[in-house]
Design a protein around this ligand. Structure first.
Ligand SMILES: [Zn+2]
Length: 301
């Protein structure tokens, strides 16, 4: 089977050798080809998500958005970005007015704002098992704020964040936990708070029904040289193996435009996605999770 996607059109060709019509002794071989042409433009989406939007990471966010604007212009398509906002990033509550104007301008310009925790710092109960300790202390460098919260604490932080957003006139329909780590009671709190959707590393969940859509993420770790190198290799493979995913996410961070190899890798993968998929923000993508036939997420989704 040969399979190629160009401009959202998938052409699959399956060759079949017709033994009864062939005469190998006379060097005569007959093949039939079954060709299937599918228009994927209505079915496949790609979403760009920018994490850790906060005054302390503002300059990095601007550098990533500039690159996205350049790609959008080059391909002549609108490229909506879902911006994951942290109201009190690492405990800093001050939000300069120009930063707030910038957020409102992006929201008016076709981008989407979603909530990404309150402080982005994991100060929940100490991890009990080594896997949990590795995930929370090392893999995420202690940033998985919602990883171990009980429902009451999660609800309190969501209320505080919602109040902050309301005070500044910022609408946020989705919630993506820092590092995609969220406890079961934390997820209940998000669902009960009336958010439309949330995400894990590979799934988009519609709320409150928790219908799950496969939406794997291209994501880089840039904390050290070896992490960047591994990330580039991993994402080249990830870009290939996720080519048939209904929604492909590019989960970018504010320093993802600062390392040439990383910047090159996600730019190339995104350019390919722009030729094959429809750009959507997460709130549009989640509508696909609600289509008939989608099932509630099971444990670990
Ligand atoms: Zn984050």
């Amino acid at each position: 089977m040969y399979d190629e996607i160009t401009n959202s059109i998938r052409v699959s060709v399956k060759p079949v050798y017709l033994e009864d019509q062939s005469s190998p002794d006379e060097n005569h071989f007959v093949w039939a080809y079954q060709v299937r042409i599918e228009n994927l433009s209505a079915g496949y989406g790609q979403a760009v998500v920018l994490h850790d939007v906060a005054p302390a990471r503002w300059n990095g966010c601007i550098r990533v958005l500039r690159r996205l604007q350049a790609l959008s212009r080059r391909h002549g398509v609108a490229l909506p970005v879902t911006l994951l906002v942290v109201p009190c990033y690492h405990g800093v509550v001050a939000t300069p007015p120009p930063y707030l104007w910038w957020l409102r301008r992006l929201a008016r310009g076709g981008h989407e704002l979603a909530l990404h925790g309150w402080t982005h710092l994991d100060d929940g109960p100490a991890p009990r098992r080594w896997v949990e300790r590795w995930l929370r202390r090392h893999y995420t460098a202690g940033e998985g704020e919602f990883a171990a919260l009980d429902e009451g604490e999660a609800r309190a932080r969501l209320l505080e964040a919602r109040a902050w957003a309301g005070e500044h006139g910022l609408a946020m329909r989705g919630f993506v936990p820092p590092a995609w780590l969220i406890s079961r009671p934390g997820l209940d709190a998000v669902s009960n708070a009336g958010f439309d959707y949330t995400c894990t590393l590979s799934t988009l969940l519609a709320l409150p029904g928790r219908e799950a859509l496969h939406a794997p993420a291209i994501v880089f770790s840039t904390r050290s040289g070896w992490r960047r190198m591994l990330s580039v290799w991993w994402n080249r493979w990830q870009g290939w193996r996720t080519r048939h995913a209904p929604v492909l996410r590019f989960d970018l961070h504010p320093d993802d435009a600062d390392h040439p190899a990383v910047l090159r890798c996600w730019s190339r993968l995104l350019e390919r996605a722009l030729r094959e998929r429809d750009p959507v923000c997460l709130s549009e993508a989640v509508a696909r999770a609600r289509e008939p036939g989608m099932h509630p997420a099971t444990e670990g989704a």
